[in-house]
Design a protein around this ligand. Sequence first.
Ligand SMILES: [Zn+2]
Length: 203
Amino acid sequence: MNEMYARERLAEVCRMLYDRNLTVSAGGNMSVRISDEEILITPSGTNKGLLNPDDMVKLSLDGEVLSRGKPSIEHRFHLALYRMNPETNAVVHCHPLYCTALAVSGKDIRCNITPEGVLLLGSVPTVPYFTPGSEKLVEAVAKEGRSMAMIMAKHGALTQGRTLIEAYNRMEELEFQARLQILAGDVGDLPAEEIEKLSEMRR
Ligand SMILES: [Zn+2]
């Protein structure tokens, strides 16, 4: 993907996440793959509503910084996901309120209560808590790295996709499902045969 184009799209998605309250203040980090060897990632400690295309930091998949700026401290779990999933071209990590409410109360997210949840997400694992930026957190995320969405215990949420918009949509849907689960209380899943049918429709 053309680097300038990717910088603009990443800034746009950061603004969408910020405008939809999916990320607040300087929380979260987002990235996009621009070649087999390189990604762009949001800089460390910046408000995601105010980022310009030029602010994005270019990294090699080995973690070498290839442009000006300081990459997010969480860049290593982004790199791990790109390395293990050749299909992944974007990763979104943030702390949406309702996902984080589940994450801090030790509840798993349930995405099988509406058709859209099954179609976009399916079953979503919870990754155990480790300090942000630590190697242990990278290992824990990589262990669930085939999942397109995950909750991070006592921390937030993470999604990946073949495009930036796919990763963004998964995050928006994940937060919707978390909010729905909290508002609806103790509701049942869709019938098992319906979940199976919808899972087969997932592309
Ligand atoms: Zn975080």
